[in-house]
Design a protein around this ligand. Sequence first.
Ligand code: NAD
Length: 311
Amino acid sequence: MAEKEKIAILGAGLMGHGLAQIFAVNGHEVSITDISDDILKKAVENVRKNLDFLAKNGIGREEDIGPAIGRIKTTTSMKEAVSDAGFVIEAVSEKLDLKQKLFAEAEDYCSSETILATNTSVISITEIAAMCKIKERVVGTHFWNPPYLIPLVEVVPGKETTPYVVDKTYELMKSVGKHPVKVKKDVPGFVGNRLQHALWREAISIVDQGIADAKTVDEVISNSFGIRLPVLGPLETADMVGLDLTLQIHDYILKYIESSPGPAPILKEKVARGELGFKTGRGFQEWDNEKMEASRRKLLEHLIRWNKEHL
Ligand SMILES: NC(=O)c1ccc[n+]([C@@H]2O[C@H](COP(=O)([O-])OP(=O)(O)OC[C@H]3O[C@@H](n4cnc5c(N)ncnc54)[C@H](O)[C@@H]3O)[C@@H](O)[C@H]2O)c1
C-alpha cells in the first residue's frame, strides 16, 4: 500500500488540534507547529481527551488511541513542520496578513509539489495566496467545529488554483472520512458561512425589533425547519413545495427581511457592554455554569448520536 503523505498543521488551537486528530487517526504522520511548546503540549493533550471521550461513547477503539497520538509530532519550527509534508493546512488566527506571511514562509521550506490549504472561515483564498510564489497550489479547506464530528469540508479554489490541486484535496478529505464538496468560486464566506450568517442576521434582527426573544427564535428553528434540514436543504424543499409558491412567498416577504450590509446595532451594543455570551455569562441570554454545561453537553450528545447513525 502506498505510504500516506505527511500532513503539517500550522496553528494548534481549537481547530488545529482537531485537524491533527483526524489525520493521525487515519494513519497519517502529522506535524503541528505553533508559537509555543505549551500550546503544542496542550493540543496533544486535547487530542487524547477527545479520543478518550469518543471511545467511551462508542466511536473509535481505546487501543487505537496510543498509536494515533504517536503519529503526532510537535515543533515550534516551521521548517521542521513542513519540510517533508505533502499537504499543509493552516489553522492560525483569522488574520489575513498572518495567513499570507505563514504560507510565504512555508513555501521556503516545503517541496514545490506540496499543497497549501487554509482553514479560513470566510477570507478569500485568492487573497491568502497573494504572497505565495506558487499560487496554483493554494486551496481552501473549510472544516467545521468540532472537525472530527462534523463531516463537511468546503474545498475552495483561489483564482489561480489548478483543478489538480482541488481534486487531490477533495480525494484526501474523502480518504479520512470527511464529506468534501467543491465550491466553484472563491467568494468571502464560501457557501456554508454565507448561509449560516444570513440566518443569524435575520435571527438577531427579529430580537432587535422585539418580534420574539432569543430563546423563542432558537425554539422556532429547532422545532420547525431545523428538523427537516438534515435531510432536506432549502433548494430541495423549494422544489418540493413548488417554485411558483416560492415565488409568491418571496414576492411578498423579501422586502420585510433584514438586508443591512453591516452588523446589527444590538450586536454592537452588547459587545461594547461586554455581553459576549458564554465568555461573560450574558449574551442574548443569561448563562450560568450549569446552563452552559447543559448546552455544551446537548450539542456533543447530538453530534455523537448523529455520527453513530450516519458513519
Ligand atoms: N473555531 C471555529 O469554529 C472555526 C471553524 C472553522 C474554521 N475556523 C478557522 O480556523 C482558524 C483557526 O481558528 P481556531 O478557532 O482554531 O483559533 P484558535 O485561536 O483556537 O487557534 C489559533 C492558533 O494559531 C496560533 N498562531 C498564531 N500565530 C501563529 C504563528 N505565527 N505560527 C503558528 N501558530 C500561530 C495561535 O497560537 C493559536 O494556537 C481560523 O482561520 C478560523 O477562522 C474556525
